[in-house]
Design a protein around this ligand. Structure first.
Ligand code: GLU
Length: 461
């Protein structure tokens, strides 16, 4: 059997980290099992769906490397298919028209609440042998209700939550088509999961209540339901359910803030799944290790500091040649065109950066003017050191070659001539050339700058 999983987002808001984790696991499961991963956009809520939200889904997945084998399928483009299945169900007596008006339903709910009963449809229009149905109201447009099985239980072995059993009598006869004939959510999901031959549904546990209803529709259509794994919620840093309303960022914002796709995959993977105590792993290791048996049962909490740390680990481990294009992209957003020095700049600074934005901040000093703060200038560019800075500018101008060794020799000669210790000269040079007193080894930094620019900046002392 080929494993087939899907991600079925509703484009009703900008997809955030909690949502995209529901894409990561089915993607990883499909990839790890040499199966297929299908992308389906559940866009039937016309009022709340937007193309902009679809774009964030597609861009976010492409950025994270969550590639799909089929799709994206859009539910709005499958309406004819849903209507065809509805007609078949109607022909088989699996659904029935219900003419209860909204007012009648409200009144029913109120009576049930007053009697401390669970509000539910009472089966008024459900046909039964020998039962006489109410007269069809004139001009009434019915909804179609699914004839949910009566008695017994609907049960499944959830890969996260274990065995779940729901009594059929607790389930209403679900409305599966509105008065205008449009199919409703749970029904479309089942038709899609059948047509797309989905073997494993891995999704957020906010859908757990839909699952018994969906399983009953599967069986009515003569199909066995897929395996289900319902993932616990992702909480934000305040311990609330992560949502756009309380500040969750769209996934693509992490790209813009300089996070690496592999680090995001690593971090998100750990947000609800584990492989022993492994914290830092590559995409390949993740796919080798991923399984449904080690999904966590409790809600995971997002922690931005941890994400930054994971990102820093990946950034440190990355080859500078691979890192440079990502930093170049950040630089180009600032109107800076990098050159072939960039991989070496990355190599020199990557250990002290946790994002590509931080790395671009350093790299920018090689391509644009720097503006040391007044405090840094006051603290380091003292009258006492100015003659040494001027001497260094001249010494650098006369070097036969521009490399680390030659620069180091010039620095040492100026120190000796002016009776200074290395930090006394190196700090002001850093402030003038890089805009800050804290940098990696000075000769290595200067080597990557052009000689003319270093001299020009030293002359601003
Ligand atoms: N469209 C649903 C959502 O975005 C997911 C449905 C499913 O995975 O079955 O929450």
């Amino acid at each position: 059997m080929t494993i087939r999983t899907r991600f079925a987002p509703s484009p009703t808001g900008f997809i955030h980290l909690g949502n995209i984790r529901s894409a990561l696991y089915p993607w990883a499961f499909a990839r790890s099992q040499k199966g297929d991963f299908i992308l389906r956009i559940e866009d039937t809520d016309l009022e709340r769906s937007s193309q902009a939200a679809v774009d964030v889904i597609l861009e976010g997945m492409a950025w994270l490397g969550l590639d799909h084998d089929e799709g994206p399928f859009y539910q709005m483009q499958r309406m004819d298919r849903y209507k065809q299945v509805l007609a078949e169900m109607q022909a088989q007596g699996l659904v029935y028209p219900c003419y209860m008006s909204v007012e009648e339903l409200d009144a029913l709910r109120e009576r049930q609440m007053a009697a401390k009963e669970k509000p539910r449809y009472d089966g008024t229009w459900r046909p039964e042998p020998g039962k006489i149905l109410p007269p069809v109201p004139e001009g009434g447009k019915p909804v179609l209700r699914f004839k949910n099985p009566q008695g017994g239980v609907v049960a499944w072995d959830d890969k996260v939550k274990g065995r779940i059993e729901i009594r059929n009598d607790e389930l209403d006869d679900l409305v599966i088509a509105r008065p205008d004939g449009t199919p409703t959510y749970n029904f479309c999901v089942v038709v899609d999961d059948i047509d797309m031959r989905i073997t494993h549904v891995i999704r957020g546990d906010d859908h757990v209540n839909n699952t018994p209803r969906q399983i009953n529709i599967f069986r009515a259509l003569g199909k066995e339901p897929p395996v289900y794994a319902h993932l616990p919620t992702v909480l934000n840093e305040q311990g609330e359910k992560m949502s756009k309303r309380n500040g969750a960022k769209p996934v693509t914002q992490y790209r813009d803030e300089g996070y690496l796709p592999d680090a995001m995959v690593n971090y998100l993977a750990r947000l609800g799944w584990s492989h022993g105590d492994d914290e830092i792993f590559s995409r390949e290791q993740f796919l080798e290790w991923f399984d449904l048996d080690h999904l966590g049962r409790s809600a995971a909490q997002f922690d931005e500091a941890k994400l930054r740390w994971v990102n820093a680990q990946h950034l440190k481990a990355m080859a500078d040649e691979a890192l440079a294009p990502l930093v170049a992209e950040q630089l180009s957003k600032r109107g800076i065109t990098a050159d072939d020095r960039l991989p070496r700049i990355c190599a020199l600074f990557q250990d002290r950066c946790d994002t590509t934005v931080a790395l671009a901040n350093w790299a920018a000093a090689f391509y644009t003017d720097v503006n040391p703060s007044a405090e840094e200038r006051a603290q380091h560019i003292t009258e006492a050191v100015k003659p040494a800075l001027a001497a260094l500018a001249s010494a650098l101008a006369e070097l036969a070659s521009w490399d680390k060794a030659a620069i180091s020799t010039a620095l040492k000669a100026v120190l000796a001539a002016h009776g200074l210790k290395m930090p006394q000269l190196a700090m002001p040079v850093r402030v003038l050339v890089m805009g800050t007193a804290q940098t990696p080894s000075l000769d290595a930094v200067l080597e990557l700058q052009s000689r003319e620019l270093v001299i020009a900046r030293l002359q601003k002392a």
